[in-house]
Ligand binder design. Structure first.
Ligand code: GCO
Ligand code: MG
Length: 412
């Protein structure tokens, strides 16, 4: 018997939908129920290992979930999470997120309310977002940032290519000659670390103080260079500096805190509470950046948001192109209801993506807006989705390695 005293609505099928309307591999879970026409959607996108997530759903989560009561979201999360005994890796967390978010969508539809209402309602009208500007030199980055400001955005992440090197977040040019002449993707931290303060000198002096500037180091540099860079950027008052250290080097955050007031954002690679709880508890970061599907979905994320609120840490959920519109909507619903919201990253979604996912949140005035339909407010047109299959490619979408001049593999 369900809470309402009648027969529970149960899960009848768990389907995995793979689609790449923007050329990026997305994984979406559709949970069907015993109530005709009632279903929910969840984001399970782990783009570099999409097919592994699909197997985890199909072979393990689907048989686990079928027949269960759709109303018991947290209970299902807890049971599924420990059902593998070994847990919290990105493949299983993403699979779990697909199911968990679909159940929140269903809960909203059953209540006839958008999910943010289930969390206590809006604490803001819409969700301010940051967008990505990149270029080959400071002037090109400035031009791109300026174009966004003219469209009404107020937060811009700025990344600059370093000539000859495979830089994160901006298209690099030719490749410098490495020791192995066949090497094509080369990176050295020195030129990058020296260039970034010059980029922000330029941006602050040309764009002024009103714009909020952000930057992603993408765990690309040795920790001691990270400490130096965070101090060198202090005078430019970034909104935040992201992934200054790798998850393996989080102990350096305690040192960074003693040395600089540059706001620090961290977390898109975290998958386990044991990684993020200590940083938050000790107030060693300013913004939590986890990728909601990578930590297991919405049930975990809303608890994390509340924990951060008590510790003075603001939210900045990961929102790159490798999040489906269902995942972007989940970010947005949490943002709408969280007093400690900081900012939302958003990879702008084009017409092809919007055709596959009707109801994808509108973006205007520098913010993402909820459409107020029940649940996430986002649907999937499966016929459209089928028009964008994953591209056949060696390795099925893995991140090709990047090496230093001497051939050492570095982090992506
Ligand atoms: C960001 C991220 C992404 C990741 C990507 C990995 O802050 O937006 O660093 O761009 O690199 O999500 O697949
Ligand atoms: Mg990042």
């Amino acid at each position: 018997m369900s809470e309402r005293g009648c027969r529970p609505v149960t899960i009848t099928d768990v389907q995995t939908i793979l689609t790449a309307p923007a050329g990026i591999r997305l994984v979406v879970v559709k949970v069907l129920t015993s109530e005709p026409g009632l279903y929910g959607l969840g984001c399970a996108t782990f783009t570099q290992r999409a097919l592994a997530v699909a197997t985890a759903i199909e072979s393990y989560l689907k048989p686990f979930a079928i027949g269960r009561d759709v109303d018991r979201i947290d209970d299902l999360y807890q049971a599924a999470h420990v059902s593998s005994y070994w847990r919290s890796g990105p493949v299983l967390n993403n699979a779990l997120s697909g199911l968990d978010e679909a159940l929140w969508d269903i809960k909203g539809k059953r209540a006839n309310m958008p999910v943010y209402q289930l969390l206590g309602g809006k604490v803001r009208e819409a969700v301010p977002v940051y967008v990505h500007a990149s270029g080959r030199d400071p002037i090109e980055v400035e031009d791109r940032a300026r174009a966004y400001l003219e469209q009404g955005f107020r937060y811009v992440r700025c990344q600059m290519a370093i000539a000859g090197l495979t830089t994160y977040g901006s298209r690099g040019g030719a490749t410098v000659q490495a020791l192995d002449p066949a090497q094509t993707r080369t990176w050295e931290p020195g030129p990058y670390v020296r260039a970034v303060p010059r980029l922000f000198d330029h941006l602050r002096s040309t764009l002024g103080d009103d714009v909020e500037l952000l930057h992603d180091v993408h765990e690309r540099i040795p920790a001691s260079d990270g400490l130096w860079l965070a101090r060198a950027l202090e005078e430019h008052r970034l909104f935040f500096l992201e992934d200054l250290f790798a998850p393996e080097d989080v102990a350096y955050f305690a040192l960074a805190r003693q040395q600089t007031a540059t706001p620090l954002a961290m977390g898109e690679l975290f998958v386990n509470p044991a990684e993020y709880v200590p940083l938050i508890k000790d107030r060693l970061i300013d913004f939590i950046r986890v990728h909601i599907s990578d930590i297991g979905g919405f049930t975990v994320a809303r608890k994390l948001a509340a924990f951060c609120e008590y510790m003075g840490v603001r939210t900045a959920w990961h929102g790159p192109g490798d999040v489906s519109p269902v995942g972007h909507a989940a970010n947005m619903h949490l943002d709408l209801a969280s007093p400690n919201f900081g900012i939302q990253e958003l990879a702008l979604m084009d017409d092809a993506v919007r055709e596959v996912f009707p109801g994808t949140p509108d973006v205007h005035d520098g913010a993402m807006w909820a459409n107020d339909l029940p649940g996430w407010g986002v649907d999937i047109d499966e016929a459209q989705a089928a028009r964008y299959p994953f591209k056949e490619e060696p390795g099925n979408g893995y991140w090709p390695e990047i090496r230093r001049l001497d051939g050492t593999v570095i982090r992506p």
